[in-house]
Design a protein around this ligand. Structure first.
Ligand SMILES: [Zn+2]
Ligand SMILES: [Zn+2]
Length: 177
């Protein structure tokens, strides 16, 4: 969806509802392709207040990701929001307002809302996604998946102290020979 800032500002409406679904299918998360398995649910409003344009947006979807402890795939319910003011780039210097809102600078008078939403999703995907708070992950010694079985290694590592799943996976692979 594209927003025409000028015509929204000049329009006679002070608020504009934004309710739509955005089909993304996948998202490129710093080189990792993450599957988006439900349309992105976008709900919010644009506000024109004294020739200034604000947007409050709620974003919801589901993504298929891998647990960073046990590496198993699971569905992660994603939620984020955008609360921002749109400010033209040329006006950026005299923007000294104290407010809780973020500022989205724009150059053209049209804004690609889909692109903004995509960026917001990428920024808000947690670094570590865990299938379950109590997920024990892989044994840091033998690499076994502690959800399914237990091993004879001594487990000195606490759950909070995340093991590096790449290392564990490597270990698992090495021990298959
Ligand atoms: Zn897990
Ligand atoms: Zn073990």
């Amino acid at each position: 969806m594209k927003l025409d800032i000028d015509s929204i500002k000049k329009g006679d409406k002070n608020t504009l509802d934004l309710n739509f679904a955005l089909d993304l299918n996948t998202i490129d998360y710093y080189g990792d392709i993450i599957d988006i398995i439900s349309p992105v649910d976008v709900n919010g409003k644009l506000y024109v207040i004294d020739d200034r344009l604000y947007m409050n947006l709620g974003i919801k979807t589901h993504m298929q990701v891998n647990c960073s402890r046990c590496l198993e795939s699971f569905t992660y319910p994603f939620k984020s929001s955008i609360n921002a003011e749109f400010v033209h780039e040329n006006l950026s210097t005299d923007q000294t307002d104290e407010s809780d809102e973020d500022i989205i600078y724009y150059q053209e008078s049209t804004i690609d809302l889909d692109e903004l939403i995509k960026e917001n999703i990428i920024m808000n995907i947690p670094m570590k996604l865990v299938c379950d708070k109590s997920c024990q992950g892989l044994c840091s010694n033998c690499g076994i998946k502690l959800k399914d079985k237990s091993c004879d290694c001594s487990h000195t590592q606490s759950i909070d102290e995340d093991i590096d799943p790449r290392l564990a996976k490597l270990k698992e692979l090495l021990e298959q020979d």
